[in-house]
Design a protein around this ligand. Sequence first.
Ligand code: G6P
Length: 364
Amino acid sequence: EETGKGGYEHYMLKEIDSQPTSLRNTIKGRISPSGDDVDVDAFDPETLSEFSEVQFVACGTSYHAALYGTTLLNEAGVRARTYRASEYQMASDPVTEETLVVSVTQSGETADTLGAMRRASREGATVLTVTNVMGSSAARAADETVYIHAGPEIGVAATKTFSSQTVTLALLAQRLAAHMSGEREHRDLEPALDALTSLPDDLGRMLEGDDAERIANRFLGSDAYFFIGRGLGYPVAKESALKFKEITYEHAEGFASGELKHGPLALVTPQTPVFAVFTGEHDEKTLKNAKEAQTRGAPIVAVAKEGHPAIEATDAHLPIPDTDPMWSGLLANVQLQLVSYHAANELGRSIDKPRNLAKSVTVE
Ligand code: G6P
C-alpha cells in the first residue's frame, strides 16, 4: 500500500497533487486542432438537435460537478436541471423522448444513480453517462458514455475526479449547446479553450504554494466553516463544504452568496470563517455578501486571483492563478481541497477512509 502512495502519507494528497496530470489526460484530444472548438465524442449532431432539455442525475461530489455543467448549459440557452439521483426516481417532472439524461458518476456503481438511469430509460429518455470507470455498470446501462480519464481514485473523498468531471462537463456542455440551443448568443469559446490548455500548468504552479496549509492552521478550532459563491462559484462552495465535513468531521456548509442574508447569517459569529469564492464573474455582489458576514464578526477568506479588489476588503487571501472565469472555480476548489486536507491532517482524522463513509455506495 505504501508504494501505491508514492511517498505520500495519504492517497488524498497524492491525488490532489496529481491533478495537473489527470487534467491533461482529460483534456487530451478534446479541443479541435484549430483550437476554437471542442471535440467531445457523444452522439452525432442530428441526434443532439432532437433533444429539447438535459436532466443531470448524480450524487455527492458528482452532483456538484453536474451543477457546474447545468450552469454552463443554461447560460448557453439550453434547458437543463440537476437532480439528486435518489430523488429523481420518484420525481414527477416529465421525461420524454426529447430528454437527454446525463448521469455523472465517478465509479459508475452508485445505486441511486443507476436507479435514476433506469427510470430515465423506462420513460423513453436517452441516457448518457459521464464516468471514470470503463465497463462500469453505468457505462453498460447508458446509451452513450463519455469518460473523464482521471485515472483510479483511492481516497474516499473525491478530488481529482471532480476536476476532471468539471472540465469534461464544460466541454460536453459546449457541444450540446452548439446543437441544441436556438438563437441565444454563446460565450466566446476561444479564450476559455485557450485558458484550458494552460490550466494543468496553472494548477501545477498553484500546488507548489503553502497558502492552503497556512489558512487551514489559522482557522483550526472554529465553531463552523462556511463557503459561499455565485454562478459557477456556487457548486464550488457546495463541494468545498462537503469535502470539509467529510474529512474533518467539523460543521461546514456551502451557500449561494445571495442566500446568506436569508437565514445563514444567523449562524455567523467571529468563530465561523467564511470562504468566499471569486470566479471573475458576479464578484462585486459576492463581495457585498461576504461583507455582510464580516460586519457580524466573521473572518472572510477571499479565494481569488492576485490583485483582486476583494483581497483588500477581507481578512485572509487564498490565491488562485489568473484564468478564464470558466475555470477559476475549479482552481478555487483545488485550493479548498487542500484546506480541508491540512485541517483534517492537523486534527489527526482518518483522511483516506473517513468514518461512516464509503467510496462507492451500492445500496439505495
Ligand atoms: C460516495 C462517495 C462520494 C461520491 C458519491 C458519488 O458517497 O463517498 O465521494 O461523490 O458516492 O459517487 P459516484 O461514484 O457516483 O461519483
